[in-house]
Write a protein that binds this ligand. Structure first.
Ligand SMILES: *Cc1c(COP(=O)(O)O)cnc(C)c1O
Length: 365
């Protein structure tokens, strides 16, 4: 059996993982046994440390993809009396609004163009103009475009106005330094298969203990009750309430070791930034330009404008690159035709150079 991957995933997750992470899945674990629960506890402690969070924070793992963890936070933090202000410049902000709407919680979507960052002033004005607002939700790296939002000044301001702050750091945590020690974020959400480079199957939340404790009994979803999930893990030494993705969890512990071996978040961030730089240089040689201004760009994923030619065909580029061993991502931007290339995962500048050579080889329009 050939265990090599036929192509490299240049996508925002699931992404290409190391063989050692995948090998960590080659045994079975009992979801209730202490051997396994100790792994869970190590991961929980490691995540708090990775967020540079103090003992004021705690980590909870939740089954499902990242969206399940976002939804678990919303079910748990919000009540029918809450009002969520969502600062949005892309699809993931809108997804939060959709979730709040479906749970019958009032929300206001504060829209910014997909190629602009939210400003503290605009968010402050929105909060000041509606005294119903209790919570503020925002996205750190909007994977729609790859824009890196400046969450900290907004979180600080919202906190000073007494709001609960929810940060979707799904595609940034582990790849971009985040420091929770100042206590301005109440709930930070991320998942196993993004910058920590694990395989998919669960998400996690770094929550301020006091904020989470105050949510007891709020959730009207049982499976997505983050408080209940946390209470079980916290009081029963790492026990999940229901069947957990044991193989994924074990692989994640390996991925956390490998992040540390690489030199931690700063070293990983440097590698991702180099990937991005090599990509933009290489693509510019065939006339492809990024959608975002460079000062807005994250090192996670790059959206490129489709060439201004009727002959351009994304499928042809996609299929050609797949043949050459690379899978890329379609666009998601509403205001311009784009396609996206992710540069997170077990991907190195040499891989990106090979990708650019493949793009040059394919006559994609
Ligand atoms: C990946 C991602 C999510 C979660 O998506 P899933 O498909 O549910 O894993 C949420 N927000 C952002 C910003 C993401 O990049």
């Amino acid at each position: 059996m050939n265990l090599d991957n036929p192509y490299l995933l240049l996508t925002p997750g699931p992404l290409s993982t190391t063989q050692t992470v995948r090998q960590a899945m080659l045994r079975d674990w009992c979801t209730w046994d202490t051997d396994y629960n100790e792994i869970v506890q190590k991961i929980r402690a490691g995540l708090v440390a990775l967020g540079n969070a103090s003992q004021a924070y705690t980590a909870v793992l939740m089954q499902g993809s990242g969206s399940f963890s976002v939804e678990a936070v919303l079910w748990t933090a919000l009540t029918p009396e809450s009002h969520l202000l969502i600062v949005s410049n892309g699809a993931y902000g809108q997804r939060m609004a959709k979730m709040a709407g479906m749970m019958g919680v009032k929300s206001t979507l504060l829209h910014f163009p997909e190629n602009e960052r939210a400003t503290v002033e605009a968010v402050q004005k929105a909060i000041a103009s509606n005294n119903e607002i209790t919570h503020v939700g925002m996205v750190h790296c909007e994977t729609t475009t790859g824009i890196l939002n400046d969450y900290l000044p907004i979180a600080r301001m919202a906190k000073s106005m007494g709001k609960v702050v929810i940060l979707d750091a799904m595609s940034s945590f582990g790849g971009i330094p985040i420091d929770l020690s100042d206590g301005n974020v109440d709930f930070l959400i991320s998942s196993a298969n993004k910058c920590i480079q694990g395989v998919p199957g669960f998400g996690f939340v770094l929550a301020k203990r006091a904020a989470l404790e105050s949510c007891k009994g709020n959730s009207r979803s049982h499976s997505l009750d983050l408080y209940d999930q946390w209470h079980s893990m916290e009081t029963q030494s790492g026990k999940w309430r229901f069947t957990s993705p044991t193989h994924t969890v074990r692989a994640f512990l390996q991925a956390m070791h490998e992040l540390e071996e690489e030199g931690g978040v700063v070293a990983r961030n440097n590698r991702y930034r180099n990937n991005h730089r090599v990509l933009v240089e290489g693509m510019s040689q065939v006339g492809l330009k990024p959608f975002l201004a460079s000062d807005l760009q994250s090192p996670i994923i790059t959206a490129f404008l489709e060439p201004d030619s009727d002959l351009f065909n994304f499928k042809k580029l996609y299929d050609g690159l797949k043949q050459e061993g690379f899978v890329i991502y379609p666009g998601k931007v509403s205001q311009a035709p784009t396609f996206r290339i992710g540069h997170i995962g077990n991907v190195f500048p040499e891989d990106i150079e090979r990708l650019c050579a493949a793009v040059r080889k394919i006559k994609f329009w």
